[in-house]
Design a protein around this ligand. Sequence first.
Ligand code: NAP
Length: 334
Amino acid sequence: MAADSGATVQESKDDGPKIPDKKKTKFDVVIIGAGPSGYTAGIYCSRAGYDTLILSGILPGGQLVNTTEVENYPGFENGIMGPDLMMIEMRKQCQRMGTTIVDDEAVDVDFRRKPLKVLTASEEYEGRAIIIATGANPRKLGLEGEETFGGKGVSYCATCDGPFFRNQELVVVGGGDSAVEEATFLTKFATTVHLVHRRDELRASKVMQDRAQSNEKIKFHWDSAVTDIKGDQKVQEVVLKNLKTNEESKLTVGGLFVAIGHEPNTKLFKNQIDLDEEGYVILKNKTHTNIEGVFAAGDVHDRIYRQAITAAGYGCMAAIDVDKYLTESADKQE
Ligand code: NAP
């Protein structure tokens, strides 16, 4: 992947070779992560006049890079492909505002003292403020078919992809609030939703369970696991195994929704900022973490909404909070 390095390139007067300037490593704001929250925070911080760096990671763009069409991000009447939204529209808008984007991965941070530091394998970056926008990844079943049929019938977000599956039979895997909520939501579109859970009782809240159990379109498959996903160009069949009897069965379906939880990308911040028992960033006040000058935005703290547009909204909020924090810090120093 081509890197937009933090280095500025000076053109020599005689049109000779371009000599990279010394790498810039000190910024007003360092944003870790380049999904909708990171890019939005970049746009707002740069536009507010702050010298801003986004460390995008090795695979910039967040979860939407693995998505096909995005129909629910405002401003695109006919929808937009996920990679185009992230890698072209948001990234270029951010760069036009003046954000420096480095396609490198943060491997360590030091928030124990000022200046706040973010380290990659080769550089040490300093920021007067940091925005953590590293997102979360949906847990996977670990089946080969998840890779083969990603964006071709296998989905990790019913709100995002449900409307693509009108009048089809669908499978949802999981037994928590997400799975039950997604199964219920999907009955708006599907003819039947098969909810496959590995145990014989749901983890979801009672009210959600009751709603799902009274929905005639939802069929429960207890003590069961999806063991294979089959199809030609897209998902056509899902193989189930009863974990008590080892009996196998097949379902002819148009899609498989995996809803077995998410993992926030916060390993880097363990022992540096407060995380909850599942690893999500705990916000102390608005987008502030427990460390002064360190903020968080998007799926890295949000386990409820998890949409591109809500992540973008959180990115905006974090940038506004950073502006207030930096302005007040500057006032204190005067
Ligand atoms: P979760 O509560 O961790 O539930 C994950 C479910 O997936 C569990 O039923 C688990 O089975 C199952 N599972 C995990 N790994 C699996 C695997 N490898 N194969 C098959 N099944 C597997 O996750 P969640 O449902 O995403 O919810 C996360 C948090 O968000 C919860 O606190 C939840 O209350 C909250 N949430 C709230 C709402 C709402 O209030 N509207 C909506 C969504 C989520 P076991 O039960 O056997 O462990």
